[in-house]
Design a protein around this ligand. Structure first.
Ligand code: PLP
Length: 366
């Protein structure tokens, strides 16, 4: 854990506080990316990405945010008129539906109420009702509320029904257990600005052999996001298009650190900090938004009669950035992230500011 270079504490859901040694790599001189040296550098990154994803499948590097990696998955797997099922537990689950429909995919939705996690029986029912569904889209951590999906169990249902299983782990991969191969996930994706605690701008997506076979049939109608372009170049430890070199330097160090710490230790360190944060929030008498929580994203209900947006605004005056909730939840919930370089004193600073903020707004408990 390193000292902060700025006074404003980022406890949103990404971008995150970035360690200074990682940050400073962003100012190194650029280099040409097709040289043998850079190829060797990329080969270590690709190997460490497989470690992070816990997969033998290729993990592709995209110059995009998380939504780009979501769109990459849809456009490579599905053709116009094919059918897909998605789980909508909030903004990001809903995004699967939006992307699918843009690509002419016919969608079925399982809509969850606030903070709920999907039950396998709901998925069984939807897949039994429509045997033409080809792909199931899920979100490991619905960042809108912090609710966690049991990917291992859902993966078994997907396998039983023979559908491809795609998981958005943008706000969970790294901090949450998510072994792609063991849990039968065909496509797994994330991005740079959350658990990886890097600047935004990189997407990562891994395709199983089954997913690649399906893409052969779907024949992607895109060049920049064509999985076969990425596969061909991955095989020679390269990217098909010019990568953001500075981000690649930073990625290399971050992945190396995770590998050295060990994924399990890395996740446990996060869990410890998250538990500390949540105990503090609970001791103020506040309630959480989700039934089953993910690590690192905490959705908190604003107390009765207090506008969550006011809490976010006053916390900002205290030099702590937390996130409002999307859509019609914005006055009811606020969200706190402890991704990246957030340590115990930061959490204590957050808790003191939250207490002062709530008192300023007339809250009496805590
Ligand atoms: N999926 C989830 C679960 C997210 O939390 C986010 C962003 O917060 C996204 C997708 C979209 O990612 P991006 O904003 O990087 O496109």
């Amino acid at each position: 854990m390193q000292e902060k270079s700025s006074n404003k504490l980022l406890m949103v859901l990404g971008p995150t506080e970035i360690e200074d040694d990682v940050l400073s790599l962003g100012s190194l001189p650029q280099q040409y990316h097709r040289t043998p040296d850079f190829t060797a550098f990329l080969s270590g990154i690709f190997a460490n990405l497989q470690y992070l994803f816990q997969t033998q499948n290729p993990v592709f590097i995209l110059s995009s945010s998380g939504t780009g990696a979501m769109e990459f998955s849809v456009t490579n797997l599905l053709s116009n008129g094919e059918r897909a099922l998605y789980i909508n537990g909030g903004t990001f689950g809903e995004r699967w539906g939006d992307i699918c429909r843009k690509h002419g995919v016919v969608t079925s939705e399982i809509k969850l109420s606030l903070g709920k996690s999907v039950e396998c029986s709901q998925i069984e029912k939807a897949l039994d009702a429509d045997k033409t569904i080809k792909v199931l889209f899920a979100t490991q951590n619905e960042t809108a509320t912090g609710a966690l999906t049991d990917i291992e169990s859902v993966g078994k249902v997907a396998k039983k029904h023979g559908v491809l299983f795609v998981v958005d782990a943008v706000s969970s991969l790294g901090v949450q257990k998510m072994p792609q191969d063991e849990w039968g996930v065909d496509v797994l994706l994330t991005s740079s600005q959350k658990a990886l605690a890097l600047p935004p701008g990189l997407g990562f997506v891994s395709f199983s052999e089954r997913a690649i076979e399906k893409a052969r049939v779907a024949k992607p109608k895109t060049l920049y996001f064509d999985v076969f372009e990425y596969l061909k170049d991955w095989e020679r430890n390269q990217t098909p298009f010019t990568p953001p070199i500075s981000l690649i330097y930073q990625l290399e160090l971050r992945l190396r650190k995770i590998k050295e710490t060990g994924l399990e230790n890395f996740q446990n360190e996060y869990l410890e900090k998250t538990n500390y944060l949540r105990q503090g929030i609970k001791s103020l008498g506040l309630e959480f938004a989700a039934d089953v929580f993910s690590n690192c994203v905490t959705g908190v209900k604003a107390p009765e009669g207090i506008d969550a947006l006011e809490i976010v605004r006053i916390m900002d005056e205290h030099q702590i950035a937390i996130a409002p909730s999307p859509g019609n939840l914005k006055t009811k919930l606020f969200r706190v992230g402890n991704f990246g370089n957030i340590n115990q004193p930061d959490i204590e600073r957050f808790l003191i500011s939250l207490k002062l903020t709530l008192h300023e707004l007339g809250y009496k408990n805590g």
